[in-house]
Design a protein around this ligand. Structure first.
Ligand code: PRP
Length: 219
């Protein structure tokens, strides 16, 4: 496959975008346009035939599934919640956090009788977690700051992303069980994987190699 083949890659806006742009910098790419993007959402990496699209996490998956983008960088949290048809080809290792079940400090989530209520932004992940335990729970979908739900007494617990644990701690909540670890993943459109295989493999290998070198402290 020639280097003339353009690769369009969608990055999840925010932290994963910053980490990926940093990685592109380590790979020797000219990231000026990405760093000085202003409000632009489609950007180019000069000399690489790579176009970068900035989108919200779930939309990264949609664009990759529909073939509007060949590749995407998105968190495992969104992949688990969203599902879909695409290849997940690499764990990029950054954006590390975890899904966890948390309750008000000192409360006995598994104790007592009656169906418990769990608030979350991630109902599919939550349903799967409790199904695997064969435990019946009521799930309440919340759009953000899920930590409020037990404090306002509409839920016995929450399933949410925990990174440093600060949000839980500062709101009197505590993890009672880890659900699943999360990190950024590289995903690929199924047709692009066939038609642009060589370039996609080259780019992902270069990304993983730069990450590995970074871990060894040489970049
Ligand atoms: C996420 C998550 C927790 C917080 C965890 O929220 O939902 O609230 O980060 O991070 P910590 O363990 O380092 O405190 P986000 O900042 O995405 O906001 P939101 O809940 O309003 O979506």
């Amino acid at each position: 496959m020639s280097e003339n083949t353009t690769i369009r890659i969608a990055l999840t806006k925010g932290r994963l975008e910053k980490d990926t742009v940093g990685l592109f910098g380590k790979m020797g790419f000219d990231t000026t346009e990405l760093v000085e993007k202003g409000r632009r959402l489609i950007l180019n990496i000069p000399g690489q035939n790579i176009q970068v699209v900035l989108a919200k996490a779930a939309d990264v998956i949609t664009y990759v599934e529909l073939g509007a983008c060949d590749m995407g960088v998105v968190g495992k949290d969104t992949i688990l919640e969203h599902g879909g048809q695409y290849y997940e080809i690499a764990d990029l290792g950054f954006g590390r956090c975890r899904f966890a079940l948390a309750t008000k400090e000192g409360s006995d989530f598994y104790g007592g009788v009656g169906v418990k209520t769990v608030a979350t932004k991630y109902p599919a992940v939550t349903r799967h977690f409790f199904e695997s335990k064969r435990m019946d729970v009521d799930i309440v979908k919340i759009e953000g700051s899920v930590e409020l739900a037990p404090l306002l007494k509409i839920a016995d617990g929450i399933v949410d992303i925990v990174e440093t644990g600060t949000t839980l701690r500062e709101n009197g909540l505590a993890v009672i069980e880890d659900v699943v670890p999360i990190s950024a993943r590289l995903i690929v459109n199924t047709v692009s994987m066939k038609l642009k295989k060589e370039r996609i493999e080259e780019l992902s290998a270069a990304m993983l190699s730069a990450l590995e070198q970074g871990e060894r402290g040489s970049v």
